[in-house]
Design a protein around this ligand. Structure first.
Ligand code: PEP
Ligand code: MN
Length: 357
């Protein structure tokens, strides 16, 4: 159950509400409120609230609305918030700001290397991404590698290089954070915190990304074998902890066929548009594992109504220290951006095709 709080509630009205909630839930501690994009709310486990308690809550002056939802996820649900959430990237770092989500917005393209390898590679890629029309620069400084013997990323040095790339190109940056204790540090450098597929159910990390002081947007990738409900509940952790700026990212799920690295679940995009108000982008690089499939699956993702793409780009994919097989070049990225922009404008009716004779 979600309780939305009147923005004009006095401190006495709030205190009365909190005291009642403590009685209803049997808790000694005041119940935490959370700020969503639209209002201040309290979320309760619906089973704690019987019919009498509901009536008593409804009579509280501090309560604007009581919302009973049937789904396990609450704050991220479309039934709670009908309007699309719009997530603003880049505020506070003096770079360009980019908005993800919302019906009128055009798809946002995030692109860059899987891993920050060195200064030259990052800056060359960053300039290539900017020139191609990309709006956000990606690059892993902390890499969650399957094998402990593979390149693990440059760590803090990688974050410093990403800062330099942002200063040179004006592009906001997205980079992965793998542990709760590093969230504040990564948030000081990055414009978007990426939580990777392997960490989608790392609950202390989700809570830390929800609570950190800067409230940077979080890109939450779908877990390797996660259901849509598990994914939405992971997003719920971040929002319930206080950060409403969450973007979902479909990056393919595990299956049995090794021909592609993962199976790109494109049907989840229109489905998520019904289930949640959060923006959803697609990562065709990890979803396919094959650079030659990235352009067409980028177009397919935009046709499925994705709010953007995150694509791995390397100036020389053959020498990449990580994920070279699925990386495209900056020139190929330019083509992908042109095609997906055109497609998006056509789907919105902004670009009219000549009628078939
Ligand atoms: C990445 O973006 O480089 C990455 C490791 O992605 P994922 O978490 O989707 O595997
Ligand atoms: Mn990668």
């Amino acid at each position: 159950m979600i309780i939305t709080i009147h923005d004009k509630a006095t401190s006495e009205e709030r205190a009365n509400l909190m005291a009642l909630l403590c009685r209803i839930t049997g808790s000694q501690r005041p119940i935490a409120t959370t700020q969503t994009q639209q209002s201040e709310v309290i979320v309760l486990d619906g089973t704690q609230v019987n019919a009498d308690a509901q009536v008593a809550l409804g009579q509280q002056r501090a309560v604007e609305q009581l919302i009973q939802l049937k789904t396990s996820y609450q704050l991220v649900s479309r039934a709670f918030q009908r309007e699309d959430s719009q997530v603003v990237i880049g505020a506070g770092h003096g770079c360009k700001t980019v908005t993800v989500g919302g019906k009128s917005a055009s798809p946002v393209i995030m692109a860059g290397p899987c891993a920050v390898e060195n200064r030259e590679q990052l800056l060359e890629t960053a300039h290539g991404v900017a020139k191609a029309g990309g709006q956000v620069l990606r690059g892993g400084a902390f890499k969650p590698r399957t094998s402990p013997y593979q390149f693990q990323g440059l760590g803090i040095e990688g974050l410093i290089l990403l800062n330099e790339a942002r200063e040179e190109t004006g592009l906001p940056i997205i980079t992965e954070v793998m542990e709760p204790g590093m969230v504040e540090t990564v948030a000081q450098h990055a414009d978007v915190l990426q939580i990777g597929a392997r960490n989608m159910q790392n609950y202390p990390l989700l809570v830390a990304a929800g609570k950190h002081s800067q409230k940077r947007p979080v890109l939450l990738k779908r877990g390797l074998s996660s259901t849509i409900e598990e994914w939405l509940l992971a997003a719920e952790y971040i929002v319930a902890a206080g950060n409403p700026n969450v973007i979902l990212c479909e990056r393919g799920i595990r299956s049995y066929d090794p021909q592609t690295r993962n199976v790109l679940d494109l049907a989840c995009v229109p489905l998520l548009k019904e289930l949640t108000h959060l923006p959803i982008i697609v990562d065709p690089s990890h979803a396919t594992g094959r650079s030659e499939l990235v352009p067409v699956m980028s177009r397919a993702s935009i046709a499925a109504n994705a709010d953007g793409l995150i694509i791995e780009v390397h100036p020389d994919p053959n020498t990449a220290l990580c994920d070279g097989k699925q990386s495209i070049t900056p020139a190929e990225l330019k083509q992908v951006i042109q095609e997906t922009q055109m497609l998006s404008r056509m789907l919105k009716g902004e670009l009219v095709m000549a009628p078939v004779a």
